[in-house]
Ligand binder design. Structure first.
Ligand code: ADP
Ligand code: ZN
Ligand code: ZN
Length: 671
């Protein structure tokens, strides 16, 4: 029974509404006809001079605000059933853990169409073509062992499935999905980028022709995303295939969560509400008492150490599923004493020639798009800097533009040096466009295909390109890590990797982990079918232990060595971190604000938390804002979690210049 707030003799319930605003509070409205059954419904409310759609979190009998200042809600929307308590439980966890306002968390979980004040009329979608079903293959022994280690009926479990590329992890996922469906439950399958893996979506649809499979990701058109979300929420779709944002989808019968490529940084949202979909997934599985499976050939060191310590179960697939498909032979090419042409070594050129002669495919991997990372004037020292960021403008010769890869700002390529007028300005360094051009000259008879975000802008283009590669209509691929993800290219037998060294001694201590993952992934493209694969990695540091591990396909060895370094340095996963970031037109303002936050009295009350000095971020200027940060660290997760909300509240009380923005990010990946 809801008690009523008294207003001018009349009693009226108070709606406590979550709105998408950067404020850590709910907003109260009056609604004559509301009762507790309306919790979880959307509501249209007046806000400022306009209106907003929010979600009813509570129906109360009183407000902390004077009742005569409360406005009546405009309309409770009843076109959807209420969002369930477990959804709010999940949002509350994320709000507390990530220091994000509950309203932001709740509202970001809804598709745009459901947040519109005037929703457009939706037409029904055309019925999708029914996929042709395919049979499941018999499991390999390793797959069967992995599968039998997971008992969906036993409630909550987290397992890490560590399987080499091509070991058949996907088949294990599909069998688990099958079991969940058989038990009448829904399955949520998270992948880093659906558009990069259209084959996976096809595979899921073909296997589960009756189940109702929907995808949820940010590149879907608004109407399609809303339709899919509704089907998932209504329980009509049994399988949801999505990117990180889908982890918050309310699913009434959820019985299984799978996170493929769990190490992928794209599971971490880096703006707005900053969260890790993988970690939210683990909480959600715990909350619902269901299994979650994390899969990867190169797990994140966080997950790997959880598996080693026994917090997560560890399942291993050490062999490729197709016994004919051997893991590729990895060779390190020492480039210190070799003459390079356009950065490519003799042995790699020879290996490409061999492949051309045999009618096989080669892939040259360079994780840097554009023609050259910078344009420079040798006469006066001018270089093409972005005026808005602390970064260089990348030269794109294909359309003669200079482009900043951080803020997106672009110009035409100048004909002469803007400073001294010298007409002889040069590109320095190398990107995929330049490499493509050189390879075309070098191998005029070959069909060369460049694959990066400039040559592939849409899913359609990507599918067309995959088809070309599959059909054997390309001889040499030049590409970025776009090519690294889960594709079988049966004719691809050679992978050459350039430009790996930059990550070896980078200031970012996570760079080696990412490099190892990328090189393992891209190496995994070679020799997936009957043809044996070879991988050539060029480096000036051939003795680096990372390469030794790569040659042996030894992820555990690599991980052990990295974890040792992290432990000695006191980095995650041995310490827990959060950063306070401030952005302002002037760095001095950002640093001063962070300095004030670093000396708040609340810090003294939390002696298990260390606060470092404010420093500029690695990319100190982005889109005309200067960015500083302050690291908070603790060896105790609970200590950090107790500290953060109190710190945040104190920071909210600090005076800041009007154009300064700040936020807290928990478990940051980038600094
Ligand atoms: P991963 O996800 O571990 O990289 P995939 O699941 O894509 O590996 O499997 C690699 C290849 O092996 C695919 O072509 C897949 O069809 C095949 N495969 C997987 N499991 C089996 C199996 N049990 N029997 C035969 N082929 C399999
Ligand atoms: Zn000049
Ligand atoms: Zn820029």
């Amino acid at each position: 029974m809801v008690k009523m707030a008294a207003l001018a003799g009349k009693s009226m319930p108070v709606l406590r509404v979550a709105l998408d605003l950067p404020l850590h509070r709910l907003f109260d409205y009056l609604a004559e006809d509301a009762s507790a059954v309306d919790i979880g419904l959307r509501v249209r409310v007046p806000f400022g001079r306009g209106e907003k759609v929010g979600v009813i979190v509570e129906v109360a009998d009183a407000s902390d605000w004077p009742v005569d200042q409360l406005k009546p809600a405009l309309e409770i929307l009843r076109d959807l059933p209420p969002l369930p308590p477990d959804f709010f439980g999940l949002c509350e966890f994320a709000s507390t853990y990530y220091q994000a306002p509950l309203g932001e968390v709740v509202l970001q979980a809804l598709p745009v169409g459901l947040k519109r004040v005037d929703p457009p009329q939706r037409r029904n979608a055309r019925a999708a073509k029914k996929p042709v079903g395919i049979e499941a293959p018999a499991l390999t022994e390793e797959q069967a062992n992995a599968l039998s280690a997971i008992n969906p009926a036993a409630g909550f479990s987290v397992n890490l499935l560590h399987g080499v590329t091509g070991s058949g992890k996907t088949e294990v996922y599909l069998r688990l999905v099958e079991q969940a469906l058989a038990a009448g439950r829904q399955a949520l399958l998270l992948v880093p980028e659906i558009n990069l893996t259209p084959q996976l979506e096809d595979r899921v649809r073909a296997r589960f022709t009756e189940a109702g499979v929907v995808s949820l990701h940010s590149e879907l058109a608004e109407a399609a995303r809303e339709r899919n979300w509704r089907a998932a929420f209504a329980g009509e779709a049994s399988i949801v295939l999505g990117t990180r944002l889908s982890i918050f989808t309310p699913l009434p019968r959820l019985g299984l969560i799978v996170i493929d490529e769990e190490h992928d940084p794209s599971f971490k949202q880096q703006d707005g509400m900053r969260y890790s979909a993988r970690d939210v997934g683990v909480f959600r599985a715990h909350q619902l008492e269901i299994p979650i499976l994390l899969g990867s050939a190169t797990p994140s060191l966080e997950s790997w150490s959880n598996a080693l310590s026994g917090r997560y179960g560890l399942l291993r697939l050490n062999q490729r599923a197709n016994p004919e498909a051997k893991l590729p032979a990895v060779h390190i090419i020492d480039t210190r004493r070799k003459k390079l042409q356009e950065g490519v070594s003799e042995p790699l050129i020879a290996a490409i020639k061999e492949r051309l002669a045999r009618g096989e495919q080669s892939l040259v991997f360079l994780n840097r798009r554009g023609y050259a990372p910078v344009l420079a004037c040798p006469a006066c020292g001018w270089i093409s800097r972005c005026t808005r960021c602390a970064a260089n403008m990348v030269l794109h010769l294909a359309d003669r533009r200079l482009r900043c890869h951080h803020c997106g700002c672009e110009h035409r390529v100048p004909k002469a040096c803007p400073t001294c007028g010298n007409q002889d300005i040069h590109p320095f360094g190398r990107g995929t466009q330049r490499l493509e051009g050189w390879i075309k000259e070098q191998f005029p008879e070959a069909r060369v295909l460049r694959v990066d975000r400039d040559s592939v802008k849409s899913r359609k283009q990507w599918e067309a390109m995959l088809e070309l590669i599959h059909g054997g209509e390309a001889d040499i691929l030049v590409g970025t890590q776009m090519l690294a993800k889960g594709h079988d290219f049966p004719k691809l037998t050679l992978v050459g990797a350039l430009g790996a060294d930059a990550a070896l001694y980078a200031a970012d201590w996570r760079a080696p982990e990412r490099l190892f993952g990328q090189l393992m992934q891209v190496a995994g493209r070679a020799g997936r079918a009957e043809l044996k694969g070879e991988v050539l990695i060029q480096t000036e540091y051939p003795d680096h232990p990372l390469f030794a591990a790569l040659v042996e396909h030894d992820y555990p060895g690599f991980a052990a060595q990295q974890l040792k370094e992290r432990e000695q340095a006191g980095f995650p996963p041995y310490a827990f971190q959060a950063v306070l970031r401030a952005e302002a037109p002037e760095m001095a303002d950002a640093i001063a604000f962070l300095g004030a936050a670093a000396s708040l009295p609340v810090i003294a009350e939390h002696d298990k938390v260390m606060i470092y000095d404010p420093v500029p971020m690695r990319l100190a200027r982005l889109a005309s804002l200067e960015r500083g940060q302050l690291l908070a660290e603790s060896y105790s997760r609970p200590a950090l979690q107790q500290f953060l909300p109190r710190w945040r509240e104190s920071i909210e009380g600090l005076k800041a210049p009007s154009r300064l923005r700040w936020h807290i990010e928990v478990d940051p990946l980038e600094f």
